[in-house]
Structures are given as structure tokens and as C-alpha cells.
Write a protein that binds this ligand. Structure first.
Ligand code: G3P
Length: 216
């Protein structure tokens, strides 16, 4: 499973890339707004220069015509830009037009297998089921991920599943087990995936044992 960072924070993205594990980035209007009143295009271009893989950036329009116009402009910002389009009826229409122009779409705000079925039919390159938000309302987000993966595998489709709205390391484990191609995760979750108290105490013990004898 590939790891993308779900952030627009440059320092966090640089760190993830330095670690050698982050191969893509996803953003949305909320994530961009966390960085303050920024130059949207400038920020996305900078992210695209740090990460070689896909960088998802979301449209704000709610009608197909507006989404398509925004997407066409964003697609010029960098070669690895992927356009996030919401899984609405208008979004579906925009997705098929953009796919026809070889502009990659990440169908976002996906909550059901049916939305994913239509998204792949419209030739979205990526589908992003929002796991945490489904869990929040008492549904099983990971079941939706697993269902979409099974569907894509059965028909040997090339669309990739991005497990999104990941809230904790357990979600990452479950996404990997469900066969998600990608998990897009907050920076803190990335750090938490690697942390273990036995690793920390083990490092300290090796150091102490070495020092007791060798440093004399
Ligand atoms: O990738 C989608 C993600 O940004 C949404 O996360 O935590 O707002 O549900 P959350």
C-alpha cells in the first residue's frame, strides 16, 4: 500500500519525503485553509515540486461546467496534479469530460460502493472513500473500502482506491488488509505508525549497555 500525506503543510511533506515513504499528497479546501490565506496555485506548485507522485487538489465549483473550467486550469499547474471532484451528479459529469481530456480525477467524498461504481464508469483514476467520516456516523468505513477494492479486482479495473479520512494507525492497518492501493494520512498518523515504546526503550537499553562497558 502506498502512503500519501493528507496535508498542505510544506514542512510535513518534506519530512515525509525525506523518510522515503510518502509518494503523493492529497488536499482539500479545509486542508489548504489550515495553512492560512495562501496563494493556492503557488502552494500546489511547491507541493508538486517536492513530491513526484500524484498531488490532489480540489475544485470549489458545484456545477459540472465550473468544475471542468477549474480543473482545466489546475491541470496546467504541474504534470502531477490530480483533480479532486466530489462524488455528486455534477461531479460525475465533470469526471467523464475530464477523463476524456486525459486529466486525472480523484473522485472524493465517496461513501458508497454505488458511487464508486459510477465513478469508475466515468473513468476516475482514483476513488477516495472517506473512512473516518463513515465511522463517525456509526457505519463501517473500511467495509466500503474493501467492497470497492473487491469490485475493482473482480473486473480488473485500473482505478486506484485511496483510503481517506484516516484518523489513526489502526485505520492504516485495516486499509492495507482491505487491499487499498493507497492510504492518505495526516502527518501525525504517519508519525504514530512508526512509534513504539519497546523500540524507544530498546534503543535506550542498547545505548546504556554499550556505554556501561565500552565507554569506560
Ligand atoms: O482525505 C480526506 C480527508 O482530508 C478528510 O478527513 O478527517 O476531515 O474526515 P476528515
Amino acid at each position: 500500500m502506498r502512503i500519501f500525506l493528507d496535508t498542505a503543510n510544506i514542512e510535513h511533506i518534506r519530512h515525509g519525503v525525506r523518510m522515503g515513504v510518502v509518494t503523493g499528497v492529497t488536499t482539500n479546501p479545509t486542508i489548504i485553509s489550515r495553512e492560512g490565506k495562501v496563494d493556492y496555485q503557488g502552494l500546489v506548485k511547491e507541493i508538486c515540486s517536492i513530491v513526484s507522485g500524484p498531488v490532489s487538489t480540489e475544485v470549489l465549483s458545484q456545477d459540472a461546467k465550473g468544475m471542468i473550467a477549474e480543473a482545466r486550469e489546475m491541470a496546467k499547474w504541474a504534470k502531477n496534479v490530480v483533480i479532486k471532484i466530489p462524488a455528486s451528479l455534477e461531479g460525475l459529469e465533470a469526471t467523464s469530460v475530464l477523463a476524456g481530456e486525459n486529466i486525472k480525477v480523484n473522485l472524493t467524498l465517496c461513501f458508497t460502493l454505488n458511487q464508486a461504481v459510477l465513478g469508475t464508469a466515468a473513468e476516475a483514476a482514483f476513488i477516495s472513500p472517506f473512512v473516518g467520516r463513515l465511522d463517525d456516523i456509526g457505519e463501517d468505513g473500511m467495509e466500503v473500502v474493501a467492497g470497492i477494492v473487491e469490485y475493482l479486482d473482480y473486473y480488473e479495473m485500473s482505478t486506484q482506491v485511496i483510503a481517506a479520512s484516516i484518523r489513526h494507525p489502526q485505520h492504516c492497518l485495516m486499509a492495507a488488509r482491505a487491499g487499498a492501493h493507497i492510504a492518505t494520512i495526516p502527518y501525525e498518523v504517519l508519525l504514530d505508525m512508526m512509534r513504539h515504546p519497546l523500540t524507544d526503550s530498546g534503543i535506550q537499553r542498547f545505548q546504556d549497555d554499550w556505554n556501561k562497558v565500552m565507554a569506560k
